[in-house]
Design a protein around this ligand. Structure first.
Ligand SMILES: [Zn+2]
Length: 309
């Protein structure tokens, strides 16, 4: 699960379409300093440190910067060199340039010209005799199942996203939970900017789930039971409009279901603060926020389960 979640930092429009969203991903993603060092300044990540070096899942590798599809998992092979290796690229996705060192051939994304790595010929690894040696940090990955569009998306904000993510990713049928920001007026906000409370964004999670194994209804109920939907612009010790409770629906069906459960809570006497809003652009949070509790071994401090239905 951990690997899967980490690999889905960018889910492209294929997934959003399955949730009937008309959201568009920004063309170029804001890069972290480490990503910019490789992708923009043509640096090289240390061997054996990238997340895709030994990655064997079926699917497509995308450009981290612009989201273009670059390589298919079927063309990936073990070269034992410490970086992901491919013996073919997706047609017209990669451009070759003579490297500044005068010896090697540099490869870049054909769309955004982001640096990928180098390509070598005649090493005899595979029958194609070509090795695209690509920095993991230049890549993102979409698993084959997601490409089929069988997964759906739900978006919830309920205080600090680490806690919401922690509980929702334990729900059977949930494939991945991605922390991020939604509902603000600034493009590509950083965590620091959102923390000021002035960008209008809420800390939120994007839940990718299998509708055969769970349902939006179940997720809405779960969401309303793992945070306190009566708190206004706060959740426990976290105070500010970025910690507000809000359900961002992606289609009319989700809106109707979410409204039904908010009404049920009101009928039970809860003073519901949870807003119900049409989803706007969702920005994935920086990598270090993903799987925070899983990676740190800590327990959520501001979320817990309370039965309300
Ligand atoms: Zn690109």
């Amino acid at each position: 699960m951990k690997t899967l979640i980490l690999t889905i930092i960018i889910i492209t429009s294929a997934v959003m379409k399955s949730g009937s969203s008309d959201q568009q991903r920004p063309t170029f993603r804001q890069l972290t300093p480490d990503e910019a060092f490789v992708i923009l300044q043509k640096g090289t990540e240390r061997p054996w440190t990238g997340r895709y070096t030994n990655h064997k899942e079926a699917g497509t590798y995308l450009c981290k910067h612009c989201g273009s599809a670059l390589y298919k998992s079927a063309d990936k092979f073990d070269s034992n060199c410490g970086w992901p290796s491919f013996d073919d690229e997706i047609e017209n996705a990669v451009i070759r340039y003579p490297d500044a060192d005068g010896v090697r051939t540099e490869i870049v994304c054909a769309n955004c010209k982001g640096h990928l790595g180098h390509v070598f010929q005649g090493e005899g690894f595979t029958s194609k005799n070509i090795r695209h040696c690509v920095n993991s940090i230049s890549l993102d990955f979409v698993p084959a199942e997601l490409e089929k569009g069988v997964y759906h998306t739900a978006i919830f904000a309920g205080g600090c996203f680490w806690g919401v993510e922690y509980y929702l990713q334990q729900e059977p049928g949930v494939y991945a939970v991605i922390s991020g920001y939604i509902g603000g007026h600034v493009k590509n906000p950083s965590y620091k900017e959102v923390c000021t409370g002035t960008t209008g964004h809420a800390e939120a999670v994007r839940v990718i789930y299998d509708p055969e194994k769970t349902s939006y209804e179940k997720l809405v109920k779960m969401f309303l039971e793992i945070h306190d939907p009566t708190q206004v612009d706060r959740q426990g010790p976290d105070i500010g409009n970025q910690y507000r409770s809000e359900i961002f629906y992606l289609n009319q069906e989700q809106k109707v279901i979410a409204a039904k459960y908010l009404d049920i809570l009101r009928d039970k006497g809860y003073k519901v603060a949870t807003r119900l809003t049409q989803a706007s652009e969702f920005y994935d949070a920086e990598d270090y926020h993903q799987d925070y509790y899983f990676n740190t071994g800590k327990e959520p401090y501001c979320h817990g389960y309370t039965k309300r239905f």
